[in-house]
Write a protein that binds this ligand. Structure first.
Ligand code: GLC
Length: 603
């Protein structure tokens, strides 16, 4: 995991405009349906992938924790939203130190989430609705309770002795020290002393998550068998956790320190000296594994399974490498460079989106704004408005429409997170004793952990927000906002956040230009409004414009520069109260959005 440092960019808000109801016209008639996942090997192109954090989606048995049958019961909601695949964060047996990312058995279901029969039922019911299930494959590490690790730790000579990253101590003045300065992403040294083996083992994450040794062919084979196992159970792909961390420098060199303005190493929220992870992240050996894994999944699935990567990388050039020189690695490495800009900065968004369009060699970008490791998209609101904390503010939904439009109207596969579509806000704990995520306990108060983005899904205004049966203590508290911010209420409200998501997602699926059209930036000198053009193979052209500021903006679209004939726009969707455009001139209110089809006349 790379939790993106949360940028506080304080822009003052001058005007709190009266908010007229949002309104959107019906999308154009369907012309380009995405075929169901099982018949189309490139089903994932221009598709929508929805991340579910199973603990927090729907509790069906009243233990306060979400489960598989709960997810199955909500498939109709996901189908209506227009989701093509669901990625489930880990549901395997686990001591739950890192809420499932510490796996003790890769080929079973944790009883708190259900049984294998429940899983098979979920896959079958999802398939009926043309939704594929994507599993989270955690290859970098296991739980320390996994039998592999227990065996590996038992001696230096057992058959699995070399399955993990064991190292002798460095002796300094007769004292034992870790082999080098590598630190855990979750705080402290990344080396843990094991008294039985009299050696250290390496853990990129918690002590309870020892890293596997990917130089060992037996480790590779065991994990490739795991992938085959789940493909046999009908999954349509994998999200590869921490995939860039599989290898470490064979010489165990010290990472360079990141220096602050005073020339001394910067200190992170856990009190550790910050390092640049050049020897523990994105090493070239990972490509070898990705090619092998791709062969395995292609073979086992007849070429239909998709490999999605958790790829926080330094540049677009590094991202491009993850697709493989022969397109034989990941189909969808996550592009974290767009969604995690974390401030509404038009030139930066323009550059990064354009980079994805022009510098990935035509490969499919996967944009993502939200996941279970980072504050929700309301961080953009907080940054834009200089507010002291998360919450609902006058421009919340307007900024949400901007984010959703960038995500769904770009040429990309779109990844979204549960709760995004109703505009759930990040709700971090306010007292240390309430924190559940261990990184929040260790890093409090600077690092409050990830509970804030993992709160239970808000289905309705009833007790427990419809997440758990009434009166149950849910594993994380239901945010107070559930009374008004919930699926049932937003289904009824024509101008709700949810309706905007449904409509813009329908446009992505059904409008040929928005579904697969090439993408060109418009009005590239404008620092307030991000606008772009999508052009379908049949010539249909659609313009998209998003006002990234709290001030009204006027834009005259320059289409001729992109070789597009057209003098008028036919609105497909637009935000509250915006007037219809006159010719190619748009008037956008604060954080206003406009999407329209280019035409020759006023029709
Ligand atoms: C990934 C997951 C994160 C987890 C970490 C360790 O970054 O997204 O939630 O804690 O890997 O497995």
């Amino acid at each position: 995991m790379r939790r993106i440092a949360f940028l506080s960019v304080l822009l003052s808000v001058l005007v709190f405009a009266t908010r007229a109801p949002a309104h959107a016209q019906q999308p154009a008639a369907s012309t380009a349906q995405i075929p169901p996942t099982e018949t189309n090997p490139t089903w994932w192109k221009n598709a929508v992938i929805y991340e579910i954090y199973p603990r927090s989606f729907q509790d069906s048995n009243g233990d306060g924790i979400g489960d598989l049958n709960g997810i199955t019961s909500r498939l109709d909601y996901l189908q209506k939203l227009g989701v093509n695949a669901v990625w489930l964060t880990p549901i395997y047996p686990s001591p739950q130190v890192d809420f499932g990312y510490d796996i003790s058995n890769y080929e079973a279901i944790d009883p708190q989430y259900g049984t294998m029969a429940d899983f098979d039922h979920l896959v079958a019911e999802a398939r009926k609705r043309h939704i594929g299930i994507v599993m989270d494959l955690v290859l970098n590490h296991t739980s320390d309770q996994h039998p592999w690790f227990k065996e590996s730790a038992s001696s230096r000579t057992n058959p699995k002795a070399d399955w993990y990253m064991w190292r002798d101590p460095k002796m300094v003045n007769g004292h034992r020290e870790p082999p080098n300065n590598w630190i855990s992403d979750f705080g402290g040294s990344a080396w843990q002393w094991d008294p039985a083996r009299q050696q250290y083992y390496y853990h990129e994450y918690y002590v309870q998550q020892p890293d596997l040794n990917w130089n060992n062919p037996q480790v590779r084979k065991a994990m490739y068998d795991v992938a085959r196992f789940w493909i046999r159970h009908g999954v349509i792909g994998f999200r590869l956790d921490a995939i860039t961390s599989l290898f470490e420098d064979p010489q165990d060199r010290n990472e360079p320190y990141i220096l602050g303005p005073d020339g001394k190493p910067r200190i992170d929220a856990f009190g550790d000296k910050e390092v640049e992870d050049i020897y523990t992240d994105d090493l070239p050996e990972v490509h070898d594994v990705l090619r092998q894994l791709r062969q395995v999944t292609d073979e086992a699935s007849g070429g239909k399974a998709v490999l999605i990567g958790e790829t926080y990388l330094r540049s677009i050039a590094d991202l491009r490498k993850m697709y493989g020189a022969g397109n034989d690695e990941l189909q969808l490495p996550m592009d974290m460079q767009v969604g995690f800009i974390n401030k509404l900065d038009v030139p930066l968004f323009r550059k990064r989106i354009n980079d994805a369009e022009t510098k990935l060699g035509g490969d499919e970008p996967l944009f993502v704004f939200d996941n279970h490791d980072n504050p929700r998209w309301d961080r953009y609101q907080l940054n834009a408005e200089g507010a002291p904390d998360f919450g609902y503010r006058p421009y919340h939904d307007d900024i949400g429409r901007v984010i959703a439009t960038v995500l769904f109207a770009s040429r990309d596969t779109a990844m979204m997170y549960y709760g995004d579509a109703i505009g759930m806000v990040t709700t971090p704990p306010t007292r240390k004793e309430d924190v559940r995520d261990p990184i929040g306990i260790r890093g409090w108060p600077k690092e409050k952990g990830r509970d804030g983005e993992r709160t239970p899904m808000q289905w309705n205004a009833g007790p427990d927000a419809g997440f758990s049966p009434p009166g149950i203590k849910t594993w994380l508290p239901i945010p107070p906002s559930y009374r008004t911010v919930n699926v049932a209420a937003e289904e009824r409200e024509p101008d709700s956040m949810l309706r905007w998501y449904q409509q813009i997602m329908a446009l992505k699926k059904d409008d040929p230009a928005l579904h697969e059209g090439e993408e060109m930036m418009l009005n590239t000198a404008d620092d307030h409004v991000l606008s772009w053009l999508r052009k379908a193979p049949d010539g249909e052209a659609v313009v998209v414009a998003c006002n990234f500021t709290a001030q009204p903006q006027t834009v005259s679209l320059n289409l001729a520069a992109q070789g597009v004939q057209g003098t008028h726009l036919k609105t497909l969707i637009k935000t509250p109260g915006a007037p219809d455009p006159a010719a190619l001139d748009l008037q956008l209110g604060p954080y206003g959005v406009y999407v329209g089809q280019v035409s020759q006349d006023r029709r």
